[in-house]
Design a protein around this ligand. Structure first.
Ligand code: NAD
Length: 267
């Protein structure tokens, strides 16, 4: 099975290349970057510190990559992901999306591609986070509004979007457990004289610094007691493992929109 990597020179892109090489039954189908990348036309091996060339040149021609592969994995930026979803629909190639920070219009365009091909999208590909989401939904359904829900995340200083895609997914899980719409209770970016906290709100706080791969804590703060559930990612490898597992799962599915719970059989 040939897996292509768009954004192959990125932090996740490079980790994905190494993961595919180490995965039985998976083969690197090629890698793409944007048209101004310093890596264009270089052999993919330069991104893996390998001494032997792979015989695959890094390309700006994403369409050719989609045509040459059974499935493509995308950890890039929202604008690029929207374009890649269009190529997936046109070529019928399955697409696994890890990119975060997409707005509602961009998500709608990506979702529309699922009418033509397999689109698997998850703001977090780790098994642990997906289990955590199930727990958060369950706890939120049991505790009433006397427990304030706050979601705290920390990531490395290169991250460009906030709150993280994972924090928003945890917020969706908490809102779903309470039977409310996240948009109507979400409290983001407190600063200055904010007034007292509104009961039932779900608060978000984002910390940025150093090389932190990804940490998320969901806090249920009540009178006299507090429940905190934390997930800490120690390496990008766990996201890459999840994405490659998803890619292998995707090729056997009919066109449609899927997430990590489908891949892990948690639905
Ligand atoms: P990064 O900046 O290191 O990598 C992004 C890569 O995409 C870069 O190499 C960039 O040149 C490339 N790119 C940009 N535009 C492109 C285009 N048009 N065509 C091809 N390539 C293009 O970022 P990263 O840390 O690897 O993260 C990438 C995304 O994945 C972010 O949105 C991040 O939040 C997300 N992420 C998701 C998960 C998850 O489990 N879902 C885990 C980690 C990161």
């Amino acid at each position: 099975m040939k897996i292509g990597i768009v954004g192959c020179a990125g932090r996740m892109g490079q980790m994905l290349l190494k993961t595919i090489l180490a995965t039985d039954g998976a083969e690197i189908g090629g890698g793409s970057e944007h048209g101004r990348s310093e890596y264009l036309d270089k052999d993919l091996s330069v991104l893996m510190g390998a001494s032997e060339p792979l015989g695959l040149k890094i390309t700006a021609d994403a369409r050719a990559l989609f045509e040459a592969c059974d499935v493509v994995i995308d950890f890039t930026v929202p604008m690029a992901t929207v374009n890649h979803a269009g190529l997936a629909a046109e070529t019928g190639t399955a697409l696994v999306i890890g990119t975060t920070g997409m707005d509602k219009e961009q998500i709608a365009v990506v979702d529309a591609a699922a009418q033509k091909t397999v689109i698997m999208r998850a703001g977090n590909m780790s098994v642990g986070i997906n289990l955590l989401m199930g727990l958060v939904e369950q706890i939120s359904g049991i505790l009433d509004n006397s427990f304030d829900i706050e979601i705290v995340e920390m990531h490395h200083h290169h991250k460009v979007d906030a709150p993280s895609g994972t924090a928003l997914m945890l917020g969706e899980a908490a809102a779903s457990g309470r039977g409310v719409d996240l948009d109507s209770v979400s409290d983001r970016g407190r600063d200055g004289i904010t007034g007292a906290r509104t009961a039932g709100d779900i608060g978000f706080a984002s910390l940025r610094g150093g090389d932190v791969v990804g940490e998320h804590t969901v806090i249920f703060a009540g009178e006299g007691e507090r429940i905190e559930i934390t997930h800490k990612a120690a390496s990008r490898a766990l996201f890459a493992n999840g994405a490659v597992r998803a890619a292998q799962w995707c090729v056997d599915q009919p066109p449609g929109h899927y997430d990590m719970k489908d891949v892990l059989g948690l639905k």
